[in-house]
Design a protein around this ligand. Structure first.
Ligand code: CP
Ligand code: NVA
Length: 312
């Protein structure tokens, strides 16, 4: 652990999107733009020299693992990769004890796990910042990348409309937090039984959230149409039931046609062509999914810097 780890300000975590203020999100996005442009010019940017990130994966990952691991090395630091299976977490060591130990040895922790309460318990016993790399409830790093990608392609997201088509999952709840914080509209269409839960969302203003039974209506006039798998990790036992329930929630060319003419399509990936999205849409001209995936790298580098160094 480098001496420079000592925080001058209070310890900050990124467990939910709203853990950062609007100004801080804007700062991280601006910083990500600088970091991306340096990356594209092969210019070194070693602001986290000698810092160490521990990544704990209790679920599978491609993008999150590669973007955090590559990102930390690119910032001059290093990474330790742990999974449930190859650590004592898989042998019932309490998450609190794991947090106490890991956070004495590294500068920063990223966790992908199941319940949000599990990452909260970890963070409550951590001496270093903790980042949510996906839980059942939220996926804040992905939404940070999605908003960065929207701004790159279409300018400010404030006042725009995002259509979420499909499961009210970790991505949907995070979109809602972002809409409330950053001032854009969220249209959500999900089948009965898979909608946003009233007790979780409170009473968002109708200028922030509108729910639709018909996915075509949710797409009307949207500037961004986005979706995700019908079955998220951890819910595989419901797969067959979900395949039937979600059959009409497939983003296709007809849905894109009723969106705003400038509309773009995003998907956090991995995608199932022919289920939540057609191949025509995800591989078509309105899709920005590869930029979206790449931008995980740039925004997370900015986020790690911010959590360790504050605003520079
Ligand atoms: N979008 C995303 O988080 O992808 P991975 O599951 O591959 O990390
Ligand atoms: N909602 C999906 C996102 C995967 C990146 C899941 O939780 O499995």
């Amino acid at each position: 652990m480098s001496d420079a780890t000592t925080h001058t300000g209070p310890l900050r975590h990124f467990l939910q999107f709203r853990d950062l203020s609007k100004t801080e999100i804007q700062y991280v996005l601006d910083r990500a733009r600088l970091i991306k442009s340096k990356f594209k010019r092969y210019e070194a940017h070693h602001t986290l020299h000698d810092r160490n990130l521990a990544m704990v994966f209790e679920k599978a990952s491609t993008r999150t693992r590669v973007s955090f691991e590559a990102g930390m090395y690119q910032l001059g630091g290093s990474v330790i990769h742990l999974t449930t299976g190859d650590s004592q977490l898989g042998r019932s060591e309490p998450i609190e004890d794991t947090a106490r130990v890991i956070s004495r040895m590294v500068d920063l922790v990223m966790i992908r796990t199941f319940e949000q309460t599990r990452i909260e318990r970890f963070a409550a016993h951590s001496r270093v910042p903790v980042i949510n790399g996906l839980t059942n409830e939220f996926h804040p790093c992905q939404i940070l990348a999605d908003i960065f990608t929207f701004i790159e392609h279409r300018g400010p997201i404030e006042g725009k409309t995002v259509a979420w088509i499909g499961d009210a999952n970790n991505m949907a709840y995070t979109w809602l937090q972002a809409a409330e914080l950053l001032g854009f509209r969220l249209h959500v269409s999900a089948p009965t039984g898979y909608r946003l839960e009233a007790e979780r969302i409170g009473q968002p203003s109708s200028s922030v959230l509108q729910e639709f039974s018909d996915p075509m209506e949710a797409c009307q006039g949207a500037h961004l149409v986005t979706t995700d798998v019908w079955t998220s990790m951890g819910y595989e036992a419901e797969n067959e039931e979900r395949r039937k329930a979600f059959a009409d929630w497939c983003v296709d060319a007809d849905m894109m046609a009723v969106a705003d003419p400038s509309a773009i399509f995003m998907h956090c990936l991995p995608a199932h062509r022919g289920e939540e999205v057609t191949g025509e849409v995800i591989d078509g001209p309105q899709s920005v999914v590869w930029d979206e995936a790449e931008n995980r790298l740039h925004v997370q580098k900015a986020l790690m810097e911010f959590l360790l160094l504050g605003q520079m």
